[in-house]
Design a binder for this molecule. Structure first.
Ligand SMILES: *Cc1c(COP(=O)(O)O)cnc(C)c1O
Length: 224
């Protein structure tokens, strides 16, 4: 039961950590069910799927679009921005300079300020997307964006059962986040650390997570 899963997690989650319900690959009815149980923050990872769900909600449950917020956590191609950006409060998965520039331009053209997180490369896997520390520092030093607000960092730990490895990954991003805050005190909105998923969110909250992104533990296994 989605409702029971949510309340189980919320019982343990510190009240200052936001629960982001990852509804990707689940039917829109799962969003409705979670909304009715009180959940207000959702995240999707595929533009087409997200767009379909938005259309359905516009027609069938506009109160959910009005009262809940949606975030984007997947790989975003610059030719798909218009499917995503009008409907989200946060893009967590900025993984290239090119994308950042395109989002800034889209914001300018559409008169919207867009909150984003920079995705930091954390895990051992080569395939994981994201910036390395030097790239993030470079960007924060050298760039100014008019229609983007960089709200913080997002990271995914190595996909492993080994808690020490996960702990080390989260420790690294937590430490780097603190370093950036010290270095750029004028970036007052830079205060969000998005780490932790179904299997490792308890470790993430020990490392300063301000939001956890949980799919499976709320909605069950995904049908790919
Ligand atoms: C799918 C996904 C999640 C949720 O993963 P679960 O293990 O199902 O909780 C979190 N973050 C990102 C970036 C994802 O793509």
């Amino acid at each position: 039961m989605i409702k029971d899963n949510l309340s189980q997690i919320l019982k343990e989650l510190p009240s200052d950590v936001n629960l982001v319900a990852v509804s990707k690959f689940h039917p829109v009815e799962a969003i409705v069910e979670a909304f009715e149980a009180g959940q207000r923050i959702f995240a999707e990872s595929r533009p087409q799927e997200f767009e379909k769900k938005v259309k359905w909600l516009q027609e069938n449950a506009p109160e959910i679009l009005r009262d809940a917020e949606f975030q984007f956590i997947g790989h975003l191609q610059t030719n798909k921005l218009k499917m995503v950006l009008p409907y989200v409060s946060l893009v967590q998965s900025i993984d290239s300079m090119h994308l950042l520039d395109a989002v800034d331009k889209w914001g300018k053209d559409n008169g919207k300020m867009i909150d984003v997180l920079l995705e930091m490369h954390l895990g051992a896997e080569d395939t994981k997307q994201g910036f390395h520390e030097e790239e993030i520092l470079d960007m924060l030093f050298s760039r100014e964006f008019r229609n983007i607000r960089i709200r913080g960092l997002m990271g995914m730990a190595t996909n492993t059962d080994d808690e020490q490895t996960i702990d080390a990954d989260f420790s690294r991003i937590d430490t780097f986040m603190a370093y950036c805050k010290d270095l750029f005190p004028e970036m007052e909105a830079f205060d969000q650390l998005s780490i932790g998923m179904s299997d490792d969110w308890r470790i993430a909250i020990k490392h300063g997570a301000t939001m956890v992104r949980i799919g499976t533990a709320i909605f069950g296994a995904r049908n790919y």
